[in-house]
Design a protein around this ligand. Structure first.
Ligand SMILES: *[C@@H]1O[C@H](CO)[C@@H](O)[C@H](O)[C@H]1NC(C)=O
Length: 425
């Protein structure tokens, strides 16, 4: 349903754009090729490369690992084991930082802005062993030992939300990363849904808290009562029915990775296209508006890697949080199904007081998806939280990953805190 709407909107955009194609497109391309920067040296190429190839292109070391969860989902991890310019020492034991992306994105979030800007590169240069996760169901983790994500007759593969990403993916990934790296604990950095999944993980699998040296929640999302995301607002009144309706017509997946968005981004959202401002508006609609931190030149790369796919239930579960104001497990919409699943007629809340790992909440005032009031409530319920407000009032949700000054405004303090734990100066 939603997918259709979005496609219609995009089609209208395509035809509009085709009609008013910019005459400057070719000279822009020449200009793009002539500039040398430490960001992206070719946005059209970067839009097409998968994460491991993108990392290789910028001459960073990369490893691809796969982990199978207890319930059979096969997840792909991307690792940058050491730096390129600084700390370029292979096979040396380094402190581990694990990065988990937000909703509809992938590990690409931490590298697509390029060396010097992407958090994964910055951490590798600072001497860390960097691991990037991909949540079940996204472009890189769309596999299972027996279930078929493409089946229209049976959407069993897609019967998960960020509850399972926290409860099932994260324990498997943390065990794996610690085993391979030979470390006893790691630092966790999540953005948006990557924080929600952590809060599920830390409260449902409290035995893992000892393995988390520090947790950094960029744009923390648990309570949603004040959420202002247009997409989630739209879903929220239908949140307990949307999944069963969608699965009736064989849909379990929402906004999968597709070539259409990629080619659309490179054709119509590039510098020199008269249509670029419309692309920026679409970007603000999804990620929050802040023109100061938005680099429109990067739109083709962002659109080459996003959306990366989620389950309908992920969206519905967030919608429920807006509708009922709780941070609790998925509501199946009727007492019997809830009872069968949880042994209670209503879904049990996540017990945030069980999270004993130190949690740093990096939040901002202009975040429509992680509203200050909701962050405040989360802060009160966690047992050992520390708050860091981004010192720029206009900083928005998506700026934590793609913002022009994300490094100076957020990453530098995250890295300082982590170095403090590791005794690195
Ligand atoms: C925007 O991105 C382009 C391409 O990566 C880069 O050359 C440029 O310096 C960036 N602009 C800012 C303000 O960071």
């Amino acid at each position: 349903m939603l997918r259709v709407e979005l496609l219609v909107a995009l089609c209208i955009c395509v035809s509009l754009a085709a009609a008013r194609r910019s005459p400057q497109a070719d000279s822009t391309e020449k200009w793009m090729k002539s500039i040398k920067s430490r960001y992206s040296d070719n946005v059209f190429e970067d839009a097409l490369l998968d994460v491991p190839d993108l990392i290789r292109k910028y001459r960073y070391p990369v490893e691809v690992h796969s982990v199978t969860t207890q319930d059979g989902y096969i997840l792909e991890l991307h690792r940058i084991p050491h730096g390129r310019d600084a700390n370029n020492v292979p096979n040396q034991k380094k402190p581990v930082v694990y990065l988990l992306h937000g909703m509809l994105t992938s590990s690409a979030d931490y590298v697509l802005m390029g060396p010097g800007r992407g958090l994964a590169y910055i951490l590798a240069e600072e001497g860390f062993d960097v691991w990037m996760g991909n949540a079940r169901g996204n472009y890189y983790s769309r596999r299972h030992v027996s279930l078929n994500p493409d089946s229209k007759l049976n959407t069993a593969y897609w019967k998960f939300s960020w509850d399972q990403i926290g409860n099932m993916d994260l324990p498997a990934v943390v065990d794996y990363v610690l085993a391979v790296s030979g470390q006893k604990g790691l630092h966790y950095v999540g953005h948006s849904q990557g924080t929600t999944s952590f809060f599920v993980f830390g409260s449902m699998r409290p035995e893992y808290n000892d393995k988390i040296i520090s947790m950094h929640a960029l744009a923390p999302v648990a309570y949603m009562a004040h959420n202002e995301s247009p997409l989630l607002q739209f879903v929220s009144p239908h949140a307990t029915r949307i999944e069963s309706l969608a699965s009736l017509i064989g849909i379990g997946e929402f906004m999968p990775s597709n070539d259409f968005t990629t080619s659309f981004g490179s054709k119509y959202c590039r510098d020199g296209s008269a249509f670029q401002p419309v692309c920026s508006s679409l970007f603000f609609y999804m990620g929050g508006r802040n023109e100061e931190q938005h680099n429109a030149t990067m739109l083709p790369v962002v659109m080459g890697h996003t959306p990366a796919g989620i389950s309908v239930r992920q969206l519905a579960h967030y919608g429920q949080g807006i509708a009922d104001g709780y941070f609790r497990r998925y509501d199946f919409g009727n007492r019997l199904s809830n009872f069968r699943e949880y042994g209670s007629f209503t879904p049990p809340p996540y017990d945030l007081s069980k999270i004993t790992a130190p949690v740093y909440l990096h939040y901002s005032e202009n975040d429509h998806l992680a509203h200050v009031n909701d962050v405040e409530r989360l802060y009160k319920e966690l047992s050992t939280p520390i708050k860091y407000r981004v010192p720029m009032p206009s900083f928005a949700h998506i700026d934590f990953t793609y913002g022009i000054n994300a490094k100076e405004l957020v990453y530098d303090s995250v890295i300082n805190i982590i170095k403090g734990y590791e005794g690195i100066v």
